[in-house]
Design a protein around this ligand. Structure first.
Ligand code: DX5
Ligand code: ZN
Length: 216
């Protein structure tokens, strides 16, 4: 069985030592750099934008997994492609024309992701699942790191997995929020392919060992 992919979230990095923390991820067993962009409108917090992403990109050696928590993401698709995003994930709740948005992301050579908030039912993705490369199931309400994991996530993973199988899609399932070694195995058993972890990795004594432990 292939190992779970791990995407450390740089939201929990030390921004005063960003290069050091990006290089820690480079040297670790992590698979992707998870990058959270927040606009203070879609979510009640502002994280970082293009100049910081540019700095990350200059040092990162693994695919950039960009998670946009912003309204009207269509405006920035081209710019994120130019900044080196390998995967661009938009929120279902922020996209009135989701199918068009997904096509636009792919037309710029990126994998297309859709994130769903804890209250959003996975069945709403039935008509687009074959067009989605990655679904991020939010296991906390988006906007902040360090929140506690929502237990209903396991049921959502199982429902999404069933939908992917039913539609014969090849979509990957990514879990974002409150991931630790306490829930990692159970998430993978439920059907998760990728685990995002912010605080649990960067606030740990030995982040590289924590990444290894999450990978299982
Ligand atoms: C939350 C972000 C997450 C966040 C996860 O809105 O999408 O990627 O960094 O942080 P932890 O792992 O601390 O819950
Ligand atoms: Zn995220």
């Amino acid at each position: 069985m292939s190992k779970t992919l791990i995407a450390p979230s740089l939201l929990a990095a030390d921004f005063g030592n960003l290069q050091r923390d990006v290089e820690m991820v480079n040297a670790s067993e992590a698979d992707w750099h998870h990058i959270d962009v927040m606009d203070g409108v879609f979510v009640p917090n502002i994280s970082y934008g293009m100049p910081v992403l540019k700095a990350i990109q200059q040092h990162a050696t693994k695919p950039l997994d960009v998670h946009l928590m912003i309204v009207d993401p269509d405006r920035y698709i081209e710019e994120f492609a130019r900044l080196g995003a390998a995967h661009l994930t938009v929120h279902y709740e922020a996209c009135p024309h989701l199918h068009r948005t997904l096509q636009a992301i792919k037309s710029h050579g990126m994998k297309a992701g859709v994130a769903i908030n804890p209250h959003t039912n996975v069945q709403l993705l039935e008509d687009t699942i074959k067009d989605i490369d990655i679904v991020i199931i939010m296991s906390v309400n988006p906007g902040f790191g360090g929140q506690s994991f929502i237990e209903n996530t396991y049921d959502k993973i199982k429902s999404l997995k069933a939908l992917i199988t039913k539609k014969n899609a090849s979509t990957l399932i990514e879990i974002d929020g409150g991931v630790t070694t306490n829930n990692a195995q159970k998430l993978v058993a439920a059907g998760a392919d990728i685990l995002v972890a912010g605080s649990f990795v960067f606030k740990s004594q030995d982040p590289q060992a924590t990444i290894k432990a999450l990978k299982g």
